[in-house]
Ligand binder design. Structure first.
Ligand SMILES: Cc1cc2nc3c(=O)[nH]c(=O)nc-3n(C[C@H](O)[C@H](O)[C@H](O)COP(=O)(O)OP(=O)(O)OC[C@H]3O[C@@H](n4cnc5c(N)ncnc54)[C@H](O)[C@@H]3O)c2cc1C
Length: 474
């Protein structure tokens, strides 16, 4: 727990008490939880942001519950932080101003799967893996697959515009959100978007809401585009002596005009963490690519992929998974990376910067330089096909923290200098807010703050997120 909470206005105690009494009376006691256990459980997310205990957790089970909570909170001047699965990596669901945590886990229904129009309508508390399972049973496919898919929820995915390994071919959550039902502070309900593939009526408010990190409104229903489930899928592992050779193979795959659905890279330290979990990997390997292709004619694609991976003679080995269970095992190893690497040190901070694919090798060189300059241990893995890498800094002693701050600062500056962006999928939250001006002009930040005021004039919805503020104590 590292990053101090931003400086935000805390609600007056008597305002909170009045809001609590009204929430209790109008929503019913079973939905309004002020127990120590519930409040503590909703104080943190899966990031290093310092936790803040809210005054109350409201367990919404319907749109009306959400709208009513926002109406009551606005009237009494009490802040609200929306929350879904709590797996966010940038402190987005941490209630830095106290007040209400609005939890949507109880809104977890699939409202509809429309096979004819390839549309699903879901509630925000639906676990992402449950949507995958349900649509795949119908021969359909919802491509976004954050590695947290067994615990994160669609509301959080839409709010963060989540990506995942399959983004290289299929894009991120935004590409699949057709429409939203959103409750605004004060309790107004806004329906935006459409159920059709085409539709350009008015401003694209839905696109603005996707990725708004819970700061503009609270989603209560999400209409998603589906695609047919690809019939053939093949997964390939390629091993290399070092990470630069692996990054160069990514370049060759793209140059060969192949579009794998996933192109994941892991460096030597990451492989060490996987080996420590009991997974046998060729000891000569200092980097690995996990590549997945799908669609028709997979055999031909596999041949071309093998040729692109091995060209240049720097590849140690290329192995294709033989069946579905081998594929599943490979992905299980990939998905456990975050928890496995967390065991390597007392503290781990994971960045998710993006650079143009052609700059991957430059970025990796820069990361090594930063490590040497600051003495901070690091490892890198991630969605190399998208140029989106999770650079992780590891340390054991609080005294190393200033060096870690220098390393993060260096990484952010190097990313921007290489033409990249600060976050590819985790959002800004509180963790990256101070770096926003490195990437965006004062004008652009100002326009976004103006938009925030339109949706939430009193600034009560998820305050302290995205935009830089000072830091205070919780
Ligand atoms: C092990 C691990 C692996 C991960 N892998 C990936 C990955 O591959 N790709 C990726 O993109 N991310 C990944 N993440 C990050 C995280 O899972 C995603 O950001 C995810 O989308 C967050 O969803 P959540 O349901 O947990 O949201 P939460 O953490 O609960 O909330 C995230 C944000 O959404 C807002 N929010 C929640 N519900 C609503 C709502 N109903 N309306 C409006 N705003 C709302 C919150 O206020 C907060 O700002 C990973 C995290 C972990 C721990």
């Amino acid at each position: 727990m590292l990053v101090a909470p931003p400086q935000v206005r805390l609600p007056a105690r008597d305002a909170v008490d009045r809001a609590l009494a009204e929430l209790d009376r109008r929503l019913g006691g079973s939905k309004v939880d002020t127990s120590e256990a519930a409040r503590s459980a909703h104080a943190v997310d899966d990031s290093e942001a310092i936790g803040c205990v809210p005054d109350v957790v409201v367990h919404a089970s319907s749109r009306d519950d959400v709208a009513l909570t926002l109406e009551i909170a606005e009237r009494h001047g009490v802040p609200v932080t929306p929350r879904a699965g709590g797996t966010g990596r940038t402190g987005g669901a941490v209630p830095v101003a106290g007040g209400v945590v609005l939890a949507s886990q109880g809104m977890n229904r699939i409202v509809e799967i429309d096979r004819q129009n390839l549309v699903a309508v879901v509630q925000p508390g639906l676990v992402t893996a449950n949507l995958h399972e349900a649509v795949e049973a119908e021969g359909l496919f919802y491509p976004p697959d954050p590695n947290s898919l067994k615990t994160c929820m669609l509301g959080g995915n839409v709010a963060e515009n989540a990506g995942g390994p399959r983004a290289f071919k299929y894009g991120v959550t935004r590409e699949y959100v057709l429409g939203l039902e959103t409750c605004l502070m004060g309790g107004r309900v806004l329906r935006s978007g459409k159920r059709t593939i085409k539709g350009v009526t008015g401003y694209d408010v839905t696109a603005l809401l996707v990725g708004s990190e819970g700061t503009l409104g609270v989603f209560t229903e999400i209409t998603l585009r589906l695609v047919p489930n690809p019939t053939e899928v093949a997964t390939v592992l390629a091993l290399f002596h070092d990470v630069r050779a692996a990054a160069d193979a990514v370049r060759r795959v793209v140059a060969a005009r192949l579009v794998p659905r996933c192109l994941e890279l892991m460096d030597a330290s990451t492989l060490g963490a996987i080996r420590a979990q009991g997974v046998a990997i060729d000891p000569r390997a200092g980097a690995m690519l996990l590549v997945e292709i799908d669609g028709g004619g997979v055999d031909d694609l596999l041949e071309r992929l093998g040729a692109a991976l091995t060209e240049g003679g720097t590849t140690l080995d290329v192995v294709a998974a033989q069946d579905a269970s081998q594929r599943a095992r490979l992905w299980e190893a990939r998905r456990m990376l975050s928890p496995a690497t967390r065991k390597l040190a007392k503290y781990k901070l994971s960045e998710d910067i993006v650079v143009p694919r052609s700059k991957l090798v430059d970025l990796l060189t820069e990361v090594d330089r930063i490590g040497e300059r600051t003495g901070v241990r690091h490892l890198t893995y991630g969605h190399a096909g998208d140029g989106n890498l999770h650079v992780n800094f590891l340390w054991n002693d609080e005294a190393e923290r200033p060096a870690v701050d220098l390393a993060i600062d260096g990484l952010m500056r190097a990313t921007i200098a290489l033409g990249g962006t600060l976050t590819g999928e985790h959002g800004v939250g509180v963790m990256k807010a101070q770096y926003l001006p490195l990437e965006q002009s004062a004008e652009l930040i100002g326009v976004q703050q103006d938009l925030k005021r339109v949706f939430d004039p009193s600034g009560l919805l998820n305050p302290g997120k995205i935009f830089p503020t000072g830091h205070g104590a919780c």
